[in-house]
Design a protein around this ligand. Structure first.
Ligand code: ACM
Length: 550
């Protein structure tokens, strides 16, 4: 070869390597969370253009509109939508959204096939269709284009766990409805099915309540907020009023938005501890009604200041009324009543609480906590709701069908499952995404702890002692928790959850024997980080440097 030939060859090589679109194969290999089964069928790819029709069975009309929005945002192609009963099939290709309970034989499952002129997503429920849609988005280019090619594939996919959740604390910091919706979009993309909305705590009450209006006029606002870290000495405050609450109309709007995306929203009203905002609004529900309480301005209230409800008739009337009011707003069959970190010292010191314990033949203060949980579980049973509580609800002899959310570790989960409670795993290590993801002293402020990405990915929700036993079925799934003391704005929330939430999605969705951390990181870098950029979301970039062994 002459130098001229070599030069031409070099140019050709550069040209082809830059301009080869991601091949059919590679796109289907990059899906997160990794599907149960992907078969490359070797047929003709489907060419998608602005003329491709979305053809949907009527029960998936909302998801067809949702898919149309997603595709136009991602590629610029605005695909016409029609119902499957209507009109003729055109000359162009189709994306068919089909209800099929025969081929699709599990809840939340989808079957996606692409070949020739048809992409078909079959599902038996909304969630299955939503998940097929998320997979389809990952087969399409993440750029503006007038034509795209979808590889010929047959994908059969369903989740490993029934409960796949993400939590968000909107008390320590509150976020606009627009961000709550964005968060729900992040959940849907990752095939999560539950948003746990932590709506009340010591530092504020964040949902509109008609029956007790001071919850909003007083309880939703704090006079000041701690600056810097809780451990800083001396403590400093910003002396700025902070707060707000979501109106019922806003909540209904968010619930509708989530429902189209297959997301159940579980509200949490945290009792009988973590109730300082309630007590600030209605001191008569506290063990010291003559004291003026304010909404908490600092973090970590446990044992420090009175934040527990007193057992008196007015308190129980309040709980019944408010839990009924909130239960009427949320369609979820579940309701989270908190129950965590209830400091019993206030009840010990209060003659009224002691008298109540005696009169109701309760064993001690833990028995009183259980009494509160059982009362509220009863109010919620009136509304057909199943109760979820943090694992501390098991400290007494709880006799309800409550689901236990375990934020401690395997020991508590095994104890709960042994008592035949269903359990959702959300251990501080490694599923608290408010913990640090690096040990870099310059990393952005976090509460404490160290939960790097690899620890999240390698987490196994079923405790070893329950694996392959009859009790295994009590572990419903897991959830990432996001407490926002050190997250003052949406960008900080995003920085803390990404990419850990992406790793958790695969823990919850993908069969355990298909998990592979090196391959996960490859897919994360190839396909998901570009999507974070497309979403304009912040994320923690140093995840390869900071690993569990550091
Ligand atoms: C919790 O972290 N107190 C649930």
């Amino acid at each position: 070869m002459t130098p001229k030939h070599l030069f031409i060859l070099a140019i050709l090589l550069v040209f082809t390597s830059c301009h080869t679109p991601a091949t059919a194969q590679s796109v289907a290999d990059n899906i997160i969370p990794k599907p149960v089964e992907v078969v490359k069928t070797g047929k003709q790819p489907v060419v998608v253009t602005g003329k491709t029709q979305i053809v949907a069975d009527t029960r998936f009309a909302d998801q067809a509109a949702y898919l149309q929005d997603l595709i136009v945002a991602q590629t610029g192609m605005l695909l016409p939508v029609q119902s499957s009963g209507q009109g003729k099939s055109g000359r162009y290709s189709h994306i068919r959204l089909v209800a099929d309970s025969a081929a699709v034989n599990r809840a939340e499952m989808y079957i996606l096939t692409a070949a020739g002129r048809d992409v078909t997503i079959k599902a038996r429920d909304t969630r299955g269709m939503v998940y097929g849609i998320q997979t389809l988005l990952q087969l399409l280019p993440l750029q503006k284009t007038e034509t795209a090619s979808i590889p010929s594939v047959a994908i059969k996919d369903y989740p490993r766990f029934a409960y796949r959740g993400m939590h968000l604390d909107v008390v320590r910091h509150m976020f606009p409805v627009s961000f709550i919706k964005k968060y729900i979009d992040y959940l849907a993309f990752h095939k999560f099915n539950t948003f746990h909305w932590h709506l009340t705590d010591d530092q504020g009450w964040r949902i509109e309540i008609d029956s007790y209006p001071k919850l909003n006029t007083v309880g939703s606002w704090r006079d000041s907020t701690l600056i810097g870290h809780f451990n800083d000495v001396p403590a400093r405050y910003d002396a700025t009023r902070y707060g707000g609450f979501y109106t019922k109309d806003e909540v209904r709007d968010v619930i509708r938005y989530a429902a189209i995306r297959g997301i159940d929203i579980i509200p949490e009203i945290d009792i009988p501890g973590h109730s300082r905002a309630t007590i600030a609004a209605y001191p008569e529900f506290s063990t010291k009604p003559d004291t003026t309480w304010n909404v908490a301005t600092t973090w970590g209230m446990y044992n420090r200041q009175n934040n527990v409800l007193a057992p008196n008739p007015a308190t129980f009337k309040f709980l019944e009324t408010v839990f009924h009011e909130v239960a009427d707003l949320f369609p979820s069959p579940y309701f989270h009543l908190g129950g965590d970190e209830c400091s019993t010292m206030w009840w010990k010191a209060d003659p009224g609480s002691q008298k109540f314990i005696q009169e109701h033949h309760l064993k001690d203060e833990k028995g009183l906590q259980t009494y509160f949980i059982e009362q509220v579980a009863g109010y919620l049973a009136d509304k057909g709701k199943t109760v979820i509580g943090w694992h501390e609800i098991l400290q007494g002899d709880l006799d309800t069908s409550a689901i236990v959310m375990d934020w401690a570790g395997d020991k508590e989960a095994v104890a709960a499952a042994t008592r035949h409670h269903r359990v959702i795993m959300t251990p501080g290590k490694p599923l608290y995404f408010d913990n640090y993801q690096s040990k870099d002293p310059n990393d952005s402020l976090a509460i404490h702890g160290y939960n790097p990405l690899d620890a999240v990915y390698k987490y196994e929700p079923v405790p070893a002692a329950l694996q392959n036993t009859a009790l295994e079925k009590y572990i419903l799934g897991a959830q990432g928790n996001v407490w926002t003391e050190y997250m003052g704005n949406p960008a900080k929330v995003e920085y803390m959850v990404f990419p850990r939430m992406t790793a958790l999605s695969e823990v919850l969705w993908t069969p355990a024997n298909k998990k592979d951390y090196e391959d996960f990181k490859r897919r994360l870098k190839t396909a998901i980080i570009p999507r974070y950029n497309y979403w304009h979301t912040s994320y923690f970039k140093d995840f390869e440097k900071w690993t569990s062994d550091k």
